[in-house]
Design a protein around this ligand. Sequence first.
Ligand SMILES: O=C(CO)[C@H](O)[C@H](O)COP(=O)(O)O
Length: 223
Amino acid sequence: MKSKISPSMMCTDLMNVEEEISVLEEVGVDYLHIDIMDNHFVPNITLSTDFINAVRNKTSVPLDIHLMINNPEKTFHLYKGCNKQDIICIHYEATKHVQRTLVMIKKLGARVGIALNPGTPICMIEDLLSDIDIVLVMTVNPGFAGQKVIPSTLDKIERLRKLLDQAGYTDIEIEVDGNVSFENAKIMREKGANIFVGGTSSIFNKDASISDNCKRLKKIVGY
Ligand SMILES: O=C(CO)[C@H](O)[C@H](O)COP(=O)(O)O
């Protein structure tokens, strides 16, 4: 499956977002990953739907919207501008009626993602495979950039790819988010992930430019 990269916009320099988006566009990225947090599902608050709209007005790069919020369905009226390249991803535990919520995302016109926290077993989504396009494997507990990968999540990627392939869902993509460093990205790719969310440990690592970091990450994941 084709490798894709999705820079995590919570790691941009918020005083220079427009400039950094131009750099990302120029180097070529597949998505812009936008984390929305509510301080309930995760203990942090980040970007907002206003940020999504502002970014959408500046770029045609598809948006990869990761909702780390409770009852995401109550906010869907705020994502009306989605197109069929965008991803909207919810967490399994975020709503009582997860299948209904996934169908609602499809109706919004976006690609449908479901996220698994490090402690959420793969079996929880076995009955949802026909409703999703992407599984987002959180390789850290969601909420904060700059954490260390949880080793058991690497094995989970491999088990998930096997399950998807055996069940005939070879086209469901596996996205990884959390400490996707240059070293970890290589392992994650080998285990079967193909969408890589790059944060402080790769694309926005201060040791090199965003452009050089993107090029390096692309090379590592076999772009
Ligand atoms: O989802 C996230 C945090 O919940 C961030 O996207 C991610 O953690 C950022 O990457 P890094 O771990 O490399 O700083």
